[in-house]
Design a protein around this ligand. Sequence first.
Ligand code: UD1
Length: 427
Amino acid sequence: MSERFRVVGGARLHGSVTVVGAKNSALKLMAGALLAVGRTRLTNVPGIVDVTIMAELLRRLGAAVDWDPATGVVEIDVPERIGHRADYQLVRALRASICVLGPLVARVGEADVAVPGGDAIGSRGLDLHAEGLEALGAKVHVAHGYLIAAAPQGLHGADIRLEFPSVGATENVLMAAVLAPGHTRIDNAAREPEIVDIAAFLVAMGAQVTGAGTSTIEIEGVEALRPTEHTVVPDRVAAGSWAFAAATTGGDVEVVGGIAAHLQLALDLLSGAGASVTTTESGFRVVGAPYRPRSIDVATLPYPGFPTDLQPFAITYDAVADGSAMVTENLFEARFRTVQELARLGADARIDGHHVMVHGVPQLSGAPVEASDIRAGAALVLAGLVADGVTTVSGAHHVDRGYDQFELQMQALGAEVTREPDDELYG
Ligand code: UD1
């Protein structure tokens, strides 16, 4: 039975919300555990569906996985011999499964990973993943919907320049190179905090990695890694979405566990438009402007630029802000599905190529809408809070992939958001 969120408009979010570890790091760390024989322990793992799917993927590769969403602890026990195939059934449910590619090639010398579908947010190539692994000595081809990589003679260090600082490609190359004899240099590497987190994890396992967080990562391959214990970096996208939620509703929210430095640009934009942003002992606090907030122009870019995952929140904010603004998406095509749904709520937003021109209106008007992915879904719930009357957001399962009990977090901040069965025609 599919579910939807029921949102009653008019709430100003007030109180504190806790962010736990980043989904986009936890999933990669789980895959990285395959690099060492023995028991790796991850803490601060978010209690979300994607982690359950990754746990299942690792089990099918032969690992024993204990996952307790209540405590946020995942323990992964990796045997000497592991499998090398990630089936379409799992990969289609979790696009991030592609991150087992690098660890498997490094550990087993081969990997068959189904080519992912995943979030409905435009086409996402795997060419940079493949080119990087080929430079390390693997042969890569696609057959019958699988990306097949094999390195029967083993891998070796290499100089790799990524054409684009792809997060996923950087991670796969990094996780393969740590066990590739010799020196690897990744130029134009992604600089996201999740990359820094994975590198710290690998170093704790005995890998030799320097430069993570800059555009050049250098790796000296080692013979073997040992299991370790690691705490997942806080989720900057979840933290950023609460910052936008506070600013959009004129609320006052402390984001416990949030790291302001990982959201510098987004927080600067919000404070420049009227919000007050301060760091606190345990995170940061955003107090919305006492007047209608001013609109902000946003262009998404790789880190430290404005995160594409926060773009739906920026559009929602601009939809009710004072003034007109341009939101530009530079990372993914067609990641504007929120716009059509916001238009159903009365937003004045027009798509032109990879830009959206948004003219703020004082208030939206509640209506049924549909989530197309995690962030779009959460942004639409936020839109419902600044709409009059009731908004329903179908596709709650998308939001569950990124937020642990989103409606409870919203309720704790004073919002009337509940979950209910969806009365869709064909359910
Ligand atoms: C990760 C995040 C996602 C976030 C994105 C950008 C995870 C699970 N997901 O996705 O939430 O929105 O970073 O911050 O961590 N590209 C290619 N060829 C490649 C690889 C990528 O052309 O081989 C293109 C993609 O089509 C896309 C762009 O590069 O247009 C960015 O992709 P990438 O940085 O790889 O993002 P993901 O790792 O997929």
